[in-house]
Every structure is written in structure tokens, then in C-alpha cells.
Ligand binder design. Structure first.
Ligand code: F6P
Length: 361
């Protein structure tokens, strides 16, 4: 198929590696296919509102190592759940027809949607409405089914690991308990990976609800030996029989829940119940910022290259996916709507338990 006009958007929360994907599509598209590349601004919001600009070779020069996204992004622009109006007067409308109209106005041959599950669910719906779309899976949470990995996760895990390393030296110096809360939504990959790499003494993830008593016992025992403990907790972790901690509800988003607060709760309860001095660090958006790791730059570039090859042979309604070390395409229909959670018998959990890590169960 003759590729003449390629649209690209980045949707949902940003993560390191977005610019590497944009570059990996735009450079060959311009150089080898002589195609025009249109950057849609601020994710689907830009698609609904018709905000976009043509990318030039200069736009994609020297951006492989840059975090964020040169196109901007938004997690409030779902065209099928589009918020209109101001603060206290928000109406949710279906703005999908505007997306179709703008796709036609821009004369696109294909729209590349770089994003997590929410972005790809929308891409799938647009594909069912007749648009040519190709998805590329990103998220620091690594919770997309049908890809072994998303780009962005490795970089975020490295940030969280470094934070744990730093917390360990100060914890040891003061004989304190340090609670560190990672992101990850309902999946524990980030806390598990960083906790394992950083040698956390307790790792709490959503997939393994914890017992308060187990946490108290573990830190009390350690206070008599090592004299400090690191507790790495995923924002979606919850006690047995309890529920997740919610920071805020934002009805502008398709999923209104903003998680947060479990780290503070755990730190307070440890101090109250054991008398051990405890501090909490919430890593928050530091995990999403900064330069992508070498691994993420490479994975992002491989995803973009395979997506471009797919669109050049007229394959649409698919998502790039890493399967057993190899990047392939999978139908969007199979890729969306299912979260990839940590299996309780994951080798990562097994390895952490083997070195004495407590999961609070
Ligand atoms: O999905 C990525 C993510 O960073 C989650 O880990 C986190 O819960 C959420 O986005 C935070 O979203 P926001 O940027 O809207 O605070």
C-alpha cells in the first residue's frame, strides 16, 4: 500500500520511550516512504479537537533519549467518554464522530496510537468504526495483556530501584523502617521488579493481599538483627479482606479512580503497632520522568519499526507486541481489555521469597 499520510498520537500517562517510538516511525516514513507524518497533539483530545501539526525531520532529531512526548498527551480525552465544560459543570459526551471527521480532514492513511490499555481500547473501537489504526503498547505498569513487555516499564523500574538503594543507606544509618510506594495501578510488576532488584525486605503487591500481622512481625524481627527494613509497596496493594486506597475520583477519565495513600497508611500502622520509627516516600511521577533506559529505547524503536512495516503492507487493527523476544503484531481485539497481572507462582515472586523477602502473606 502507498503510505502517504501517517498520523501519530501518544495517549494516556506519559512514560520514557514515547519519543523513541515517534522517531522510529517518522524517520523511515519520511526517508524511505516519502510520507507526510502528522503529529496529533495531546492524545485523543487533539483528535477530537482537530489539533495537529506536520512533523519535520528536525522535530525527530536527537529525541531518542528524551523523556515525555514531543506531541503532548492526555488521559482525559477518551472520544467515547469526552468531558465537555468547566470544573463543576462537566458533561460526558460521545465525540467519536469528530475523530472520524478529523481523520478524514487530515487525509490520513493510518493513525498510530501509542499508549496503554485505555488508548488501545479506544483504538480498537475506532478500528471497528472503519479507521486504519495500529497500536504500540506503552506503560510503566507493564499491565497490558498479549505483550510480554511494554516499553517504559524498564526505565521506571530503574528509577524505583535507585530510590530503594538510596533509602536503604539512610534506613540503615537511622535504624528506621522505610516504606516506599511505587505506581503500577492494579498490577504489581513495578513494585515487584524494583523491590527484588533493590533487595526490599517486604514487597506488597495487589495480586497478593497482605496481613498486617505478617508485616509487623517481619519488621519487629528485623529490628533485632539488621535494625532496619525496606517495605516496597505498590499503589494498588491491599490488606486481606480490604480494599485499595483511593486518592481521588476524577470523572473526566474513563476509569475515574486515582490510586494512592497505601504507603502512608502502612507507615502509620507500623509505627503505631510496633513503635519503630518509620518514614514513607511516595515515588509518584518521578517514575515516569527522565530519559528512557537503553532497553526501552531499543524496544520502543523495534515496536515502531514493526508497526511501520505492518502499515506498509496494509495490515491494520493490530498492535505491536513482544512475544518470546520477538516483536510481532497481534489483533487489537485480542490485545485489549485484559490486564496482565503478576501470577502468584511467578518466578519473580519465587526468587524474591527464596532470598527471604516477605510478601505479607
Ligand atoms: O498508568 C500509568 C500510571 O503512572 C499509573 O501507574 C498511575 O496510577 C497513573 O498512571 C497516574 O496517573 P496520573 O498521571 O493521572 O496521576
Amino acid at each position: 500500500m502507498k503510505l502517504k499520510r501517517i498520523g501519530i498520537l501518544t495517549g494516556g500517562g506519559d512514560c520514557p520511550g514515547l519519543n523513541a517510538v515517534i522517531r522510529s516511525i517518522a524517520k523511515p516514513a519520511m526517508n524511505y516512504y516519502s510520507a507526510t507524518v502528522i503529529g496529533v497533539l495531546d492524545g485523543y483530545e487533539g483528535m477530537v479537537e482537530g489539533r495537529h501539526r506536520e512533523l519535520t525531520p528536525m522535530d525527530v532529531l536527537g529525541i531518542i533519549n528524551q523523556g515525555g512526548t514531543i506531541l503532548g498527551t492526555s488521559n482525559k480525552g477518551d472520544p467515547f467518554h469526552f468531558p465537555m465544560g468547566e470544573r463543576n459543570n462537566i458533561r460526558i459526551v460521545d465525540a467519536s464522530q469528530q475523530v472520524i471527521d478529523h481523520y478524514r480532514d487530515m487525509k490520513l492513511d493510518v493513525l498510530v496510537t501509542i499508549g496503554g490499555d485505555g488508548t488501545q481500547i479506544i483504538a480498537h473501537k475506532l478500528s471497528q468504526m472503519g479507521l486504519n489504526v495500529i497500536g504500540i503498547p506503552k506503560t510503566i505498569d507493564n499491565d497490558l495483556d498479549s505483550t510480554d513487555l511494554t516499553f517504559g516499564h524498564d526505565s521506571a523500574r530503574a528509577v524505583a530501584t535507585e530510590a530503594i538503594d538510596r533509602l536503604q543507606t539512610t534506613a540503615s544509618a537511622h535504624h528506621r523502617i522505610m516504606v516506599v510506594e511505587t505506581m503500577g495501578r492494579y498490577a504489581g510488576w513495578l513494585a515487584l521488579g524494583a523491590g527484588l532488584a533493590g533487595g526490599a525486605d517486604i514487597i506488597l503487591i495487589p495480586e497478593i493481599p497482605f496481613s498486617w500481622e505478617k508485616i509487623f512481625d517481619t519488621v519487629l524481627k528485623r529490628s533485632k538483627g539488621a535494625k532496619f527494613s525496606i517495605v516496597c509497596v505498590a499503589e494498588g496493594a491491599k490488606p486481606q479482606g480490604g480494599d485499595v486506597s483511593v486518592r481521588e475520583m476524577d470523572k473526566k477519565r474513563t476509569d475515574p479512580v486515582r490510586l494512592g495513600g497505601i504507603g502512608e497508611l502502612i507507615a502509620k500502622r507500623i509505627e503505631d503497632e510496633t513503635g519503630l520509627e518509620t518514614r514513607v516516600t511516595v515515588l509518584g511521577h518521578t517514575q515516569r520522568g527522565g530519559s528512557p533506559s537503553a532497553f526501552d529505547r531499543i524496544l520502543a524503536t523495534r515496536f515502531g519499526t514493526v508497526a511501520l512495516e505492518a502499515m506498509a503492507r496494509g495490515e491494520f487493527g493490530v498492535m505491536a507486541s513482544l512475544q518470546n523476544q520477538y516483536v510481532v503484531t497481534v489483533p487489537l481485539a485480542d490485545a485489549v481489555g485484559r490486564q496482565r497481572l503478576v501470577p502468584r507462582d511467578s518466578q519473580l515472586v519465587f526468587a524474591a521469597r527464596a532470598v527471604g523477602t516477605c510478601f505479607g502473606d
